[in-house]
Every structure is written in C-alpha cells, then in structure tokens.
Design a protein around this ligand. Structure first.
Ligand SMILES: [Zn+2]
Ligand SMILES: [Zn+2]
Length: 218
C-alpha cells in the first residue's frame, strides 16, 4: 500500500475538493492523509477513505498530526505533542529545514516527535537532505510526502507499506516500527506547472476556493 501522509485540499490552500483529490489518488493506488492547515473541515467528506490529520501552524512553524479520528489539536507545540500522545496519533515536523515555508528548524531537537518528514516534494534538496541526516541521527522514521496542493502532485512522494487495508492503527504501528519504505519520486513537469498556475490563481481570486470548486463539480 502506498501512503502519502501530507496533502492539502480547498479547505485550506489546496485546489481540489477532498473528494476529487481522493478520487485522483485512488486511481493511482495511493492512500492519503488529508492535512489541511489548522482545520479538519474537509475530512468529513472522505471519512473512512483517508487518514485524518492537520498541518498545524505552531509558534515555531509547521507540524503535521495524523490520527485515527478527526483531530482538533491545539496550536501550541507542547500541547500539540501532548494531545498526540494522549490520543495515539502520530506527530512529525513537515519540511523542517525549509525555513522559507515555516519549517521548525532546530526546534525539532527540543521535542519528542514520532517521525520526521525527510522528503517533501516542494522543499529544496538541501532542506530534504538535512532532514534525512537528522532522522538518522535521532533514529526516527523518515517519511516521504507530496505536500500536494494540486492533484497532479500526488504520486511525487509516498511511503510503501506491506499492508492491504486502510487500518490506521496498524499503519501507525508499522510507521513507528520503521516497517515501510519512503519513496522519493519528485514532481513531474506537469505538476510543477500546475503548482505555479495554482499559485497565480490563488493570488488573483483567493478566498472561497471550496465553494468555487464544488460549483464547478456541479
Ligand atoms: Zn507546511
Ligand atoms: Zn503542507
């Protein structure tokens, strides 16, 4: 099973509705965690088909939490990690050394994370390399995720698990036991273009993306 633990929908700054993003991923045999910025509003539309999560903007930067239920986590990094432990979730810093996109940087050494994102399709190579080095040093599982904001980014990074069903607790056990393989593919030319296109569209139109996308879907 291929799993991408970090994706965005129109419920934050992504382009697609959760339904569309999941449909696209399903066709490619990839399961998703939906991890919109600071809200879980999109997950109800695809509950049972995804791993629920959030990318939380903490005081030091971006941290992803994924759970076996729809989470409503606190934003303070200490409280977030406590919340994760209390609820058997998984918490990891996303693109930690991508300082231009709110990576938490060296703060990651101060907290007990379950894993580290070692490959983020949108992060620069040196930032990913540093994250991988640190994951080895700290002996933490290293995840490879798309951080997809457009559907074409799905498939650019994922993690291969030897499991056939979306049993979230089992997946979390395998994750913590490092019984998976992070696969780094990289963005296709089309995906790169779609990301730029989406960036410009968002600048021009902004707001209410979900309403527009659902209208287009009919
Ligand atoms: Zn982020
Ligand atoms: Zn993200």
């Amino acid at each position: 099973m291929k799993i991408d633990f970090h994706t965005h929908t129109c419920y934050s700054d992504g382009k697609e509705t959760p339904e569309n993003l999941v449909k696209y991923a399903e066709k490619r045999g990839i399961f998703l965690a939906i991890t919109d910025h600071d809200n879980s509003n999109g997950i109800k539309h695809v509950l049972g088909k995804v791993i629920p999560g959030q990318e939380v903007t903490t005081q030091y930067g971006h941290v992803v939490i994924i759970c076996n239920f729809i989470p409503h986590p606190p934003k303070d990094i200490h409280e977030l990690i406590d919340y994760s432990k209390e609820n058997s979730c998984i918490v990891f810093p996303s693109h930690p050394f991508d300082i231009f996109r709110k990576g938490i940087g060296n703060h990651l050494f101060d907290y007990k994370f379950d894993a580290i994102e070692i490959f983020n399709s949108k992060a620069p190579k040196n930032a990913n390399n540093k994250a991988e080095e640190v994951s080895k040093k700290l002996n933490l599982p290293g995840l490879s995720n798309s951080d997809g904001h457009v559907k074409e980014a799905i498939g650019s990074a994922y993690n291969e698990f030897d499991i056939n069903e979306l049993k979230i607790d089992d997946i979390f056990d395998l994750l913590i036991g490092k019984k998976f393989k992070p696969i780094k593919v990289g963005l296709t030319k089309t995906a790169k273009l779609k990301i730029i296109e989406w960036h410009i569209q968002r600048k021009l139109f902004e707001k209410n993306t979900c309403r527009t996308m659902y209208q287009m879907q009919g």
